[in-house]
Design a protein around this ligand. Structure first.
Ligand code: HEM
Length: 450
């Protein structure tokens, strides 16, 4: 039943936010997990850019369309905060992560962390990536129906372990597997319906996972403080902002846990989406492979990766079609407005780039795989500053976006040189949105050695 969220103040020019709670207890949570696009489309059709609904036990406004997303993400009157928004979903597991900080504290941490994401460091990371990716792909056993999602997930975890933790030398394979399980538990706990520490719940598994990750990083911290190496863990222990500020031990641990999470599932789903569409569009796979072969190396540098234009177009198109972060969370800490609607203090906001990416108002034939739409002679993304926003916007815009691009292109380059693959033209990935999107069937492809 449609109701308003809160009446605007008397004599205000603002409209009330309309909406509906959905089912008792779960609200619209299950609709979101099953098909966020369908849910958002219904809300867009019925209520427009801003409406309210119940999710994860709270009232949220859904912020749809590039104008509304831009207004909230740019946050000009500083009414929206990240900490309270994201904390509701992932706070117990990822507290202290850069994305969960606000205002001066966020700026201080971002300034220090920026030093870990310079082009110079990225050049070094790419050099370290090549051997890890090559070794990881050597372990793949190509076959018909090869489940590519879990294989890519294992590969990106190997990459993260190496680049972020310098290989975590001394850790046993069982320990590394436990870290992976702990991450998965933390990420999946985010959309738990039962949010208490009860036995066998996702919530409890998430909390246990966080404790395990804390212990793991604390054990390795003294060694990283003692010697400076190129891995992210060591870099975070040693970097300073231009005013000489450094992270404390607790801050390093919090950032490491968040960074591993932020870097891991996002790259995995992007790569598996790319493999799906390249498998369904052999003309694009051939084009990408021709460019990779043209580089004449299986260890490309960052500069060489920049020359892989078709892979870049495909990556952008796949980030549009399946946004690894379909919504970003915010909370209003004072009464404010979004697109002329009154939003009272305390309201949670789900800002939905994923919906914008599928709007026919901005994208011709939005469900079609058409990487050429990002080519310099078309640039369909230029139709609106926030038409394509997989990395967010405003002060919290993804700090790892260039790292992500380099990692994804390196892995794709190796895949193209080593394998050929195909996917039936009518395959539709059964995506689950319990946490970040993932294909429930592991995404089978017919994978062959070249
Ligand atoms: C395809 C890959 C990726 C996508 C789509 C992605 C997406 C995003 C988005 C949408 C945000 C903004 C969240 C918000 O506004 O609340 C964000 C923030 C962030 N991302 Fe990424 N990300 C990716 C890869 C990475 C990687 C590889 C790293 C690290 C190596 C990373 C680290 C971060 C961090 C630290 C933040 C918080 C920034 C801040 O709050 O200042 N991300 N990411």
């Amino acid at each position: 039943m449609t109701r308003v969220l809160a009446a605007p103040p008397a004599e205000s020019r603002l409209q009330a936010v309309s909406g509906d709670g959905g089912l008792p207890v779960v609200g619209h949570t299950l609709n979101y997990i099953r098909d966020p696009l369908a849910l958002f489309q219904q809300r867009w059709n019925k209520y427009g850019e801003v409406s309210w609904m119940t999710m994860a036990g709270k009232r949220w406004i859904t912020v749809l369309g590039p104008d509304a997303c831009q207004e909230v993400l740019q946050n000009k009157d500083r009414a929206f905060v990240n900490s309270d928004g994201w904390s509701l979903l992932i706070g117990p597991f990822f507290h202290g992560g850069l994305m969960l900080l606000d205002s001066e504290e966020h700026m201080r941490h971002r300034r220090i962390m920026q030093q870990a994401f310079t082009r110079e460091r990225l050049v070094k990371s790419v050099a370290s990536l090549n051997p890890v990716v090559a070794a990881g792909l050597d372990a793949w056993n190509p076959c018909s129906g090869f489940r590519v999602y879990p294989a890519l997930k294992a590969l990106t975890l190997d990459v993260a372990t190496d680049i972020f933790m310098g290989g975590a030398e001394g850790s046993t394979p069982a320990e590394i597997a436990e870290i992976n399980d702990s991450f998965v538990a933390c990420v999946q706990a985010a959309t738990s319906i039962v949010r208490y520490r009860l036995p066998r719940t996702r919530w409890k598994r998430g909390l246990d996972g966080r404790r395990m990750l804390d212990e793991f990083f604390r054990r390795y911290l003294p060694a990283r403080r003692a010697t400076e190496t190129d891995d992210m863990f060591s870099v975070l222990c040693h970097i300073e902002s231009d005013t000489g500020q450094r992270f404390t031990d607790d801050e390093v641990v919090d950032h490491m846990i968040f960074l591993l999470m932020a870097a891991h599932d996002t790259s995995t789903i992007t790569l598996s989406t790319m493999m799906q569409y390249l498998g369904q569009h052999p003309e694009w796979q051939d084009k990408c492979r021709a460019e990779s072969l043209g580089l004449g190396t299986d260890s490309p540098t960052l500069g060489q990766l920049d020359q892989l234009e078709s892979v870049d177009l495909v990556m952008k198109e796949c980030l549009r079609l399946v946004s690894p972060t379909p919504v970003v969370a915010r909370r209003a800490i004072k009464d404010t407005e979004v697109q002329g609607h009154f939003v009272p203090a305390g309201t949670f906001a789900a800002v939905a780039p994923h919906f914008t990416h599928h709007m026919s108002e901005y994208w011709p034939d939005p469900e079609a795989f058409d990487p050429g739409r990002f080519a310099s002679d078309r640039r369909e993304d230029k139709v609106h500053r926030y038409a394509w926003e997989p990395f967010g916007g405003g002060v919290h815009k993804c700090i790892g976006m260039f790292f992500a691009g380099a990692e994804i292109k390196t892995i794709m380059h190796h895949l193209l040189l080593k394998f050929e693959w195909s996917v039936p033209a009518d395959y539709v990935a059964p995506l689950n949105f319990t946490s970040l999107p993932f294909p429930e069937d592991g995404q089978p492809v017919d994978l062959r050695l070249r």
